[in-house]
Design a protein around this ligand. Structure first.
Ligand code: 5RP
Length: 219
């Protein structure tokens, strides 16, 4: 099976977690695009979606799924999104698509985060994938220096990328994220950091992993 077929498989499997009559939280990325396409087949059974990026909003609307502003919504039963890395406790690294801040906001509205990914994303220790951090532009160099001094990681600004919020993404290489909750809490306090791409406080309750043998569920 190709990686695209595995993504389509988990995108389809995630429909089982959609609560009829509800507003669905929708993430960003190529795996979520498969989910959005699948969600369109049951659009008459849901009220609509809250989206985590301009790209996902455009895809949802093109398929006729109403998109609600996050400010209009108090709580949603599920948020469905991909990840760049997942550890065995359900903590994730996210932000490969630069949407991490809005993703964390929508995840925070949700009772359950359902992560969809191919099984290559499951790792014993996160950090091989460069950790995305959304930063206020004037703080990029300072935050990179602080990563080097605190964790020994090397941060570089992602070229040609401005987030939906008008900020930059710093990709930090060379980390071993052995304590995701502690690193998330620490980095989020540094001046100029908007959001760090560690999802520890908002970790996945359920992971649907695409494998050649079918969908493996970790809960
Ligand atoms: C976007 C994300 C995505 O969920 C993550 O990058 C995975 O994307 P894909 O499904 O394309 O592999 O965090 O900011």
């Amino acid at each position: 099976m190709t990686q695209d077929e595995l993504k389509a498989l988990v995108g389809q499997a995630a429909l089982a977690y959609v609560v009829p009559g509800s507003i669905v939280g929708v993430g960003t990325g190529s795996t979520v695009n498969c989910f959005i396409d699948a969600l369109a087949t049951m659009k008459d059974q849901i009220r609509g979606a809250v989206s985590s990026s301009v790209k996902s909003t455009e895809r949802l609307q093109a398929l006729g799924i109403p998109v609600f502003d996050a400010n209009e919504v108090e709580s949603i039963p599920v948020y469905i999104d991909g990840a760049d890395e997942i550890d065995h406790s359900g903590c994730m690294v996210k932000g490969g698509g630069a949407a991490l801040t809005r993703e964390k906001i929508v995840a925070d509205l949700a009772e359950r985060f359902i992560c969809i990914a191919d099984e290559s994303k499951l790792v014993p220790v996160m950090g091989r994938f460069p950790l995305p951090v959304e930063v206020i532009p004037m703080a990029a160099a300072q935050v990179a220096r602080r990563f080097a001094a605190t964790y020994g990681g090397t941060g570089t600004v992602r070229e040609g990328v401005v987030t939906d919020n008008g900020n930059l993404i710093l990709d930090v290489r060379g980390l071993q994220i052995t304590d995701p909750l502690a690193m998330e809490a620490e980095v989020n306090q540094w001046p100029g950091v908007v959001t760090v791409g560690i999802f520890g406080r908002h970790k996945a309750k359920v992971c649907l992993l695409g494998t050649p043998q079918g969908v493996k569920t970790l809960a």
